[in-house]
Design a protein around this ligand. Structure first.
Ligand code: FMN
Length: 210
């Protein structure tokens, strides 16, 4: 096995982890400020972690905003709680911290545009991110996306600030289950899909004509 200390010759786009030959091991420095190469190696590894894409909504009325997130994970089923990582510098953090509530909407494969809008790719901010899709209001006041694979309305149980992010722990208060459509994933810097949209599945099974 080859050990590649990440100290020189790596560029942010092509870190030392990427090279001809077999797998490489990167030893990361332990100081408080990570080396640029170490961060690049970390990003290069995390690109391979496929993640389901969610839109997290928070706030209400004109004081609502939200983000696209792949860091959502289940924390416990009893009681139902989930968590995600939220960048402290994002426009969503102060709104979520003030309202102490949010909703997680699991996107289907046909909802890429919504993901882009909530990632801020077109430059929209705040309530403008909600344009072009249909929403209902959950018990906490957070918007729930009509047509999501599932939407979970949550109260903030705990916010743990660590490094650049907060770990947000939410207690689930309402669950809306949508259809069995294909899921939207993010993998290696791009959107992917997993499974079939319900319509495609019925066509393939001969239940519906083209
Ligand atoms: C696929 C994808 C996944 C993302 N996952 C997260 C995440 O888990 N946590 C997070 O804070 N931001 C995540 N972001 C970034 C946010 O969607 C958003 O760009 C960021 O909060 C900045 O938004 P702002 O314009 O509201 O400040 C992700 C972006 C994309 C495209």
């Amino acid at each position: 096995m080859t050990i590649v200390p990440l100290v020189t010759k790596a560029s942010p786009t092509e870190p030392a982890l990427r090279s001809r030959g077999g797998p490489r091991i990167a030893r990361l420095a332990s100081g408080p400020v990570p080396a640029r190469e170490d961060v690049a190696a970390f990003r290069a590894a995390l690109r391979h972690l496929a993640g389901g894409v969610s839109v997290i909504t928070t706030g209400r009325g004109e004081d609502r905003t939200g983000l696209t997130a792949t860091s959502v994970a289940s924390l416990s089923a009893e009681p139902p709680t989930l968590m995600f990582g939220l960048n402290l510098a994002s426009s969503s953090f102060p709104v979520l911290a003030r309202h102490r509530s949010f909703a997680v909407n699991f996107l289907n494969a046909a909802q890429k545009q919504i993901a882009d809008r909530f990632a801020g790719r077109g430059g929209e901010k705040g309530a403008a991110r909600y344009a072009g899709a249909s929403w209902s209001t959950g018990p906490s006041g957070s918007p729930l996306l009509d047509g999501a694979l599932a939407a979970l309305d949550c109260e903030v149980e705990e916010l743990i600030e660590r490094h650049s992010h907060a770990i947000v722990i939410g207690r689930v208060r309402e669950i809306r289950l949508g259809g069995d459509d294909a899921a939207l994933l993010y993998w290696r810097g791009d959107y992917e899909r997993l499974g079939w949209m319900a319509e495609e599945a019925s066509t393939a099974l001969g239940l519906r004509s083209l």
